[in-house]
Structures are given as C-alpha cells and as structure tokens.
Design a protein. Structure first.
Length: 333
C-alpha cells in the first residue's frame, strides 16, 4: 500500500456543529426512513463490488470522512428542502427557459420515437455547461468544492453535496420543460443522473475502454475528481462524453490512472462546517448588502460568459487558483 502525505486538514470536532448536524439527520429520519433504506441499499449493492474489484487496494469502509458522507445521505430530505427552494429561483433566474421556448417548435416536429434520444442529448448538453460553470466560475465553485473535497471515492462519497450546489440541475430541467418535453420524462432524467452519479464514485477498477467515448464510466468520473494538474477542469458530462470531446474537456489517458482526489483549499470536516464554508469569504467581503448582491450577480454572469466563450479547456493560469495549487492528499493505491 502506497500513501502520499499531506498537510493537516481543518477539523470540525464534536462540538455544537456536530450536535446540530446530528439534529438535522435525526429530523430527516423522523420525517421519513427513506434515506436509511437508500444508504443500506447502496451499501449492499456497491460495497461487494468494491471488495472484489477494488480500484485503490486497502481502502477501508471506515475511511476518513465516511461519517460526513453518511450524514449527508441521511440528512437528504432536510437538505433537499433548501435545494428545492433555491432550484426554483435558479431555474427562473437562469433564463434557461428562453432557449427552450426557442427550440420548442423544432421539438414539436420530431417523431415520437426520436424524442427520448433528443431529450437525453439536450439534457446532457445543458448539464455539461452548468457543471462546467460550477467549476470555472469562482462563486459557484465555492459550493461545488464541497462535493469535490472528499479525498477517497467510494460507495458513499457521491452523497456529499452542498444543497445550494444541488440546484445546478434546475436550468437543464427548466430548459427541457420549456422545450416541450414531458415533466415526468425530465424528472426521470434528473433522477437517473443522481443515481448513476453514486455508482460513478465507486472504488472499482473497471476501465471499460471500449465505452470511454460512448457513455461515462467510473474511470471517466474518477478523472473528473482527480486533484492532478492534467485532469483539472475535465470530464464534465453526466451521460455522454460527446460534449467533453466537442468542447475540448475530454481527458482519458491510456497509460495512467488517477491517484489523488480532493481539492487544494482547506475544506473543514463535518457536514455543518462544510455547509457554512462557502459563505465564509462572502460574509467577509466589505460593502453593504445591496452592493454585495449586485456584485454576486455580476460575478456569476461574467464568469458564465467567460466560461461559455472558451472553446477549449480552461488553462491553469485562468482556472481556479485554489484548485491549481495542488495539495497531495492521502490515497491508498
């Protein structure tokens, strides 16, 4: 087993934050037992494959950070309320419904048999760009960095998501609805994306080279999470690698595999500390609330425009400074 040393992480401890996180989890479980069933189901389905075909040998189930990831999974209903509230605002404010309305007449002309395939492609295209923006727009990255902060990928790491980052699916959802696709069909696509996302984080060594340019695989998504210079800001697609190939963000080397995951910035341990973390620097900004609000909108819009105008991958000198300043985390190989 090879280990790579790293500098100390910020620790949340067992103080008020842990108690509040526990209450959040308890409240979710009181409301519904579904999160517990989901966690047990994913554990029983994925962990046997991780043990039989491990990508990183020696990685234990009780690895560092697993408690935080399980807490995210169990607190899903409570966090989902915040996600839904923000998603409604983001979906409307994103104006994604405008291009949807523009192509609605074309969608109406398609034969019924072609609609599912076109819908999947359009949903994946829209999700590609909002996912890319969450990496390349600094303000959006603050929330998405929570998901990438896990330094070991396995059956439960995919649950770690900031609720405000979860609203990233709102623009693609609104886009497809405005284009004339059925709400149930669009909701199923969003649900499938979430479920497959859990599988793509699994600690399995399957490469499936023949699928690399057809559909995404665990290897594809592991490179997306890799904290290695050549892999930063790559592999954004959630279904079809086609969009990464078209827009120059496809990265699947044949002779090496990812060894390091996580982010270079210090993200604290513990769910509650991580939920607060994206707001820390924003709160410290000088200026009044209205001025801050205008600066936030301007920052997001300007970042989205810059990212969209690029036809290729973001180079290191343009990308996120805190992601490019590599910090080698501990990884079992």
């Amino acid at each position: 087993m090879q280990t790579i040393s790293r500098r100390p992480r910020l620790r949340a401890g067992f103080g008020l934050g842990s108690a509040l996180a526990g209450l959040l989890v308890l409240g979710s479980l009181v409301a519904t037992r579904e999160p517990l069933v989901v966690v047990l189901f994913v554990f029983l389905l994925v962990v046997p494959f991780e043990k039989m075909f491990p990508r990183h040998r020696g990685q234990r189930i009780r690895r560092p950070g697993v408690g935080t990831d399980v807490a995210y999974a169990l607190a899903g209903p409570a966090l989902g309320v915040a996600t839904l509230a923000v998603a409604v605002v983001v979906g409307i404010a994103s104006l994604a419904w405008l291009p949807g309305l523009a192509i609605r007449p074309l969608v109406a002309m398609l034969p019924a048999a072609a609609l599912p395939f076109v819908g999947i492609a359009l949903f994946d295209l829209a999700t590609y760009w909002v996912h890319r923006w969450s990496h390349e727009v600094p303000l959006l990255w603050r929330f998405h960095a929570i998901h990438h902060s896990t330094e070991r990928l396995d059956w439960v790491s995919g649950f770690r998501n900031h609720p405000l980052d979860g609203a990233i699916l709102a623009p693609p959802f609104v886009f497809l609805l405005a284009a004339g696709f059925d709400a149930v069909f669009t909701g199923v696509l969003a649900a499938v994306q979430l479920v497959t996302g859990l599988f793509l984080h699994a600690n399995v060594r399957w490469r499936w080279r023949w699928l690399h340019r057809i559909v995404i695989t665990p290897e594809f998504h592991h490179w997306h999470h890799a904290n290695e210079t050549d892999a930063i800001n790559t592999n954004y697609s959630v279904f079809l690698p086609l969009w990464d190939i078209v827009f120059g963000t496809y990265y699947m080397p044949r002779t090496v595999r990812p060894l390091r995951y996580g982010v270079a910035e210090d993200v604290p341990d513990g769910m509650l500390a991580q939920l607060r973390h994206p707001f820390r620097r924003e709160v410290e900004r000088p200026g009044g609330r209205l001025r801050r609000g205008r600066s936030i909108v301007h920052e997001v819009v300007a970042g989205v425009v810059r990212s969209t105008r690029r036809s290729r991958r973001v180079p290191p000198e343009v990308g996120q400074p805190h992601r490019w300043a590599r910090r080698p985390p501990t990884v079992d190989v």
